[in-house]
Design a binder for this molecule. Structure first.
Ligand SMILES: Cc1ncc(COP(=O)(O)O)c(C=O)c1O
Length: 421
C-alpha cells in the first residue's frame, strides 16, 4: 500500500461499507474538502459529482455553516435531550414545521437516515396499537426502494434487487410490490389493499426518486395515487425524503410536486448541509395525538443518545439560512438544464439504455457495467469523483457546482462511457 503514515497504519483495522474486503482495491485517502472539490493525499484534486452520498448540498465547508459549528462548539457541542431542550433543536423543529406542507409539525430527531425510518415505522405501528388495533403489523413498500441498512429498514428495501437478499427469511415480512404507475400496477395494489389492508400499518415510499435502488423516477401522479389509496383503505402514508428532501428534485420537498401531505416524513442527508450526522422523523398532528394518553406505555419509547445534537442542529439551522439567502432552487433548475444538455450526448453511446434528469439528479443507465472497478478508476483518472453502481452512472452534485465543474463531470462520464463500460 502507498499513502500517508496514518493510511498504511490504520487501513488494516478498518471495515469498509458495502465492500468485499478480500478483493476490493484500496480506498483513496482524502485530506481536505472545499466547495465541490476533494483533495487527495497524493496532491490530486477531484471535482465531486455526488456530494458525499447526496449530503453536501451547499458544497463542502461553506463558511456560514462552518461559523455556526464553531460558535455552537464553543457554547455547547452536546447535551442530552432527555429532560433538557435547547435553542438549536427547538428553532430547527419550528423551521421544519414551517417548511413542510400541511400539519407535519412534530419533529423527532435522530442521527441517521436508517434510524429516522425505523422511528417512522415504529410510530406508524404504535399509532395503531395506541388506538387499540393490534393487527396492523405489516407495511407496504415498493420494488426498487431503499430505506436503510438496519434490520427493520432492510425488510422494506427491494428484496431481490436490494443489497440484502442474503437476509431473506430472517427479516420481518412486509408487502413489497410495484409502484402504482399505471392502471395495471394500480389495480394490483388496490387488490392487495382489499385483501390485506386491515393488516397494514402504512405505505412507505421514496417520493419521485428511488435513489439507492437505481435512481428510478416516477411521476407526481403516482404519489397522488398512493395518498388516495392510503386514505381510502385507512392506512398511513410515510414518505422517505432522506434523499429527495431539501431541493434535490427541484422543490424543497418532493411531495410538494404532488401537492400531497404524508402522515409521516423522514429527513436526513442534506438536513445539516452534509456536515454533521442528523436525521428527523416528522409527524402530522393526528399521529402525535394518538400518543397522548394517561397510559405511560402509549409514549413513543425511543431516544437515541445523540438525538437533537446541538452541533448538528446548529449546522442544520445554518443550512436552512442558506436556502433562504441564496438561490438554491434556481441553481437546481440551472443544473437540471445543463445536465439535460450535456448528458444527452451519452444516449447514443453503445451500451446506454437511458438518460434521465430530475432536478439536480442526472442518470445514465447502461445495459450493464462489465467492469465497475475499471470504470471507477477511469473516472478518478479524469479528475472526478463519481461512483457508478449496479448499471448506472449518476450525478448528484452540490447545488453550488459551477458550470465549468459540472461540464467537467458530464464530460468525464461521456469520455469514460465512450470506452467499453
Ligand atoms: C431514501 C433513503 N432512506 C434511508 C437511507 C438511509 O440513511 P442512512 O445511510 O443515513 O442510514 C438512505 C441512504 O441512502 C436513503 O437514500
Amino acid at each position: 500500500m502507498t499513502g500517508p503514515d496514518w493510511f498504511d497504519a490504520g487501513l488494516p483495522h478498518i471495515w469498509l461499507p458495502y465492500t468485499q474486503m478480500q478483493t476490493a482495491s484500496p480506498p483513496i485517502p482524502a485530506i481536505a474538502t472545499g466547495g465541490c472539490r476533494i483533495s487527495l493525499a497524493d496532491g490530486r484534486e477531484l471535482v465531486d459529482g455526488i456530494a458525499s452520498w447526496w449530503t453536501a448540498c451547499h458544497g463542502y465547508n461553506h463558511p456560514h455553516i462552518r461559523q455556526a459549528a464553531i460558535d455552537q462548539l464553543a457554547r455547547m457541542p452536546h447535551v442530552m435531550f432527555g429532560g433538557l431542550v435547547h435553542e438549536p433543536a427547538l428553532r430547527l423543529a419550528r423551521r421544519l414545521a414551517d417548511l413542510l406542507p400541511g400539519d407535519l409539525e412534530r419533529v423527532f430527531f435522530s442521527d441517521s437516515g436508517s434510524v429516522a425510518v425505523e422511528v417512522a415505522i415504529k410510530m406508524a405501528m404504535q399509532y395503531w396499537l395506541n388506538r387499540g388495533q393490534s393487527g396492523r403489523t405489516r407495511l407496504v413498500a415498493f420494488r426498487g426502494g431503499y430505506h436503510g441498512d438496519t434490520l427493520a429498514t432492510m425488510a422494506v428495501c427491494d428484496p431481490e434487487e436490494g443489497m440484502h437478499s442474503l437476509f431473506a427469511g430472517i427479516l420481518p415480512q412486509h408487502f413489497i410490490t410495484d409502484l402504482p404507475r399505471d392502471d395495471h400496477t394500480t389495480a394490483a395494489l388496490e387488490r392487495l389493499m382489499e385483501t390485506e389492508g386491515q393488516n397494514v400499518a402504512a405505505i412507505l415510499v421514496e417520493p419521485l426518486v428511488q435513489g439507492a435502488g437505481g435512481m428510478l423516477f416516477h411521476d407526481p401522479a403516482t404519489l397522488r395515487r398512493l395518498r388516495d389509496i392510503a386514505d381510502r383503505h385507512g392506512v398511513l402514508l410515510i414518505l422517505d425524503e432522506i434523499f429527495t428532501g431539501f431541493g434535490r428534485t427541484g422543490t424543497m420537498f418532493a411531495c410538494q410536486q404532488a401537492d400531497i401531505v404524508p402522515d409521516i416524513v423522514t429527513l436526513s442527508k442534506a438536513l445539516s448541509g452534509g456536515t454533521v450526522p442528523l436525521a428527523a422523523t416528522v409527524a402530522r398532528a393526528h399521529i402525535f395525538a394518538a400518543f397522548l394518553s394517561d397510559d405511560p406505555m402509549h409514549a413513543l419509547m425511543h431516544g437515541p443518545t445523540f438525538m437533537a445534537n446541538p452541533l448538528a442542529c446548529a449546522c442544520a439551522n445554518a443550512s436552512l439560512d442558506l436556502f433562504e439567502r441564496e438561490p438554491r432552487l434556481d441553481q437546481v433548475a440551472a443544473i437540471e438544464e445543463q445536465m439535460r444538455d450535456e448528458l444527452e450526448a451519452c444516449r447514443y453511446l453503445p451500451a446506454v439504455r437511458d438518460v434521465r434528469v430530475m432536478g439536480a439528479i442526472g442518470v445514465v443507465e447502461l445495459d450493464r457495467i462489465n467492469d465497475i472497478n475499471r470504470l471507477k478508476t477511469r473516472l478518478v483518472e479524469q479528475g472526478v469523483w463519481v461512483r457508478p453502481f449496479r448499471s448506472i452512472v449518476y450525478l448528484t452534485p452540490a447545488f453550488t457546482v459551477t458550470n465549468a465543474e459540472l461540464a467537467r463531470l458530464t464530460g468525464a462520464i461521456r469520455t469514460v462511457l465512450a470506452e467499453a463500460p
